[in-house]
Ligand binder design. Structure first.
Ligand SMILES: [Zn+2]
Length: 451
């Protein structure tokens, strides 16, 4: 077996592979002669790079070394049009026309910054969580939902109360959940029409399935005459998610990222205290939420990358909560069946990197070391120190692994989107561009130079 044949064959094999699939291939079974770098790639299930002519910084499939979380600043014209729409001053068709003309420019921005991952910047959403819940049959939008039905221990609900709010928009399940139409499929088709050969690089962001349940609990999430318990509610919700993802996949989607701050809320001491005071078994709830995800992701196609982003809030540059991942990391990293975790680590509110020691060898952590909350650029030297610190910690995990393997389980990104709500974070479009370029350049330097 020649090296050239092996390279070509493996390239073909891995064209549609995932880290899980890669775990099936071992150097010993291939019986080929490889240098140390090749062995490293093939023996670590989380590795996505095996072609020796490529550099260490190259990954063939998502998540890529340089990632971003999805939402991008809306152009001023779209922000203005969205404000009009929200106040009833323009139609959905008029809004859509501005969204349509905004997305090509946002694709261009990502390409020019050197990003492989392409999203539509969530140009069609007022907030990151829009989509799944509103569009499913059985769900009702409640514009003025009483805050008494919101769990007061949730970090952002506490802020609502402090602001004097008594009601807030929400979604109530008043009928049997059924996916009667595509949720993000039309958005995907439009984006696909713009990117041609980069369809595999498109990432679709979807609100996590726990969003409404954490907010309203078992008592105010669904009508008890429809579902008598959480298991029944989630069974139908899971089915709807699976149908949506299946259709996205059939359209060519190969990368899905769930956005679910829920999990980071479990890192908050104040939320845990509030749950205990309310008699909520937070450990059981966390496990149930992870199991819900696992029922959605199980049996996914081998070439579909699925990850989950979790953060402590990103509302116009503000966060809702703080607390390191230590409280949830072992359960989450080991138990949740996803390919990658998009984690924020841009300042002290996310704690230290030690929880990464629980990252199993077949999963990837995308380190959100670059903040989107301020325009100030991080130094590549400092980013390198933190990435290598993360790799060192992972290398000492269970099982222990070479630091080089741990490096290959890591990627780099901003800590959250640039506009989780349509008004965006308080940074300029030029600063956003520089941040994206920084992620790309830092990833290139850090992984290229790593021995
Ligand atoms: Zn976020």
């Amino acid at each position: 077996m020649t090296l050239a044949w092996t390279s070509k064959k493996l390239h073909l094999l891995l064209k549609h592979r995932t880290p899980r699939l890669l775990g099936l291939f071992h150097v010993s079974k291939l019986s080929i002669s490889m240098n140390h770098a090749w062995r490293r790639h093939l023996t670590c299930p989380g590795i996505t790079h095996i072609d020796p002519v490529l550099t260490m910084s190259t990954r063939l499939n998502p998540p890529f070394r340089a990632e971003h979380i999805g939402s991008l600043l809306r152009p001023a014209k779209l922000v203005a049009k969205r404000f009009e729409f929200e106040t009833g001053a323009c139609s959905a068709e008029e809004l859509k026309a501005v969204e349509d003309e905004s997305i090509p420019a946002i694709v261009k921005l990502q390409r020019e910054a050197g990003m492989k991952t392409i999203t539509d910047g969530e140009m069609r959403r007022a907030a990151f969580y829009q989509g799944m819940f509103e569009k499913l049959g059985g769900m009702e939008i409640v514009p003025n939902c009483s805050l008494t039905t919101f769990k007061s221990y949730i970090p952002y609900v506490g802020i609502f109360h402090a602001m004097g709010l008594t009601e807030y928009s929400s979604i109530y399940c008043n009928g049997k959940i059924k996916r009667t139409e595509g949720v993000h499929t039309d958005d995907f088709k439009y984006l696909k029409s713009l990117v041609s050969s980069e369809v595999e690089h498109i990432k679709v962001t979807i609100c996590g399935p726990t969003w409404m349940h954490l907010r309203h609990g078992s008592d105010h999430t669904y009508d008890k005459s429809v579902y008598t318990n959480d298991a029944q509610y989630f069974a139908d919700l899971i089915q709807a998610y699976r149908e949506e993802i299946k259709e996205l996949y059939s359209l060519g989607c190969r990368n899905v990222q769930f956005d679910d701050p829920t999990f980071c809320f479990f890192c908050s001491d104040s939320m845990i205290t509030g749950m205990e005071q309310a008699g909520v078994d937070h450990e059981a709830l966390l496990r149930m939420y992870i199991d819900v995800f696992n029922d959605i992701t199980k049996s996914r196609p081998a070439d579909l990358t699925m990850g989950v982003h979790m953060c402590r809030g990103n509302f116009k540059g503000m966060h809702y909560t703080a607390g390191g991942y230590a409280r949830i990391s072992e359960t989450l990293f080991k138990r949740m069946d996803v390919d990658c975790f998009y984690l924020e680590f841009d300042d002290d509110r996310s704690g230290d990197l030690m929880p990464l020691r629980y990252l199993p060898p077949n999963k990837t952590a995308v380190l959100g070391l670059i903040t989107t909350k301020r325009g100030t650029l991080e130094s590549i030297a400092n980013l390198r120190v933190r990435v290598e610190e993360a790799a060192e910690i992972i290398s000492q995990g269970d099982p222990k692994r070479p630091k080089s393997d741990a490096m290959n389980q890591l990627c780099l990104s901003p800590q959250c989107g640039f506009a989780s709500v349509f008004e965006g974070n308080p940074i300029s479009e030029e600063e956003e561009r520089k941040k994206l370029e920084l992620v790309v350049e830092a990833a290139k330097q850090i992984w290229q130079s790593f021995p």
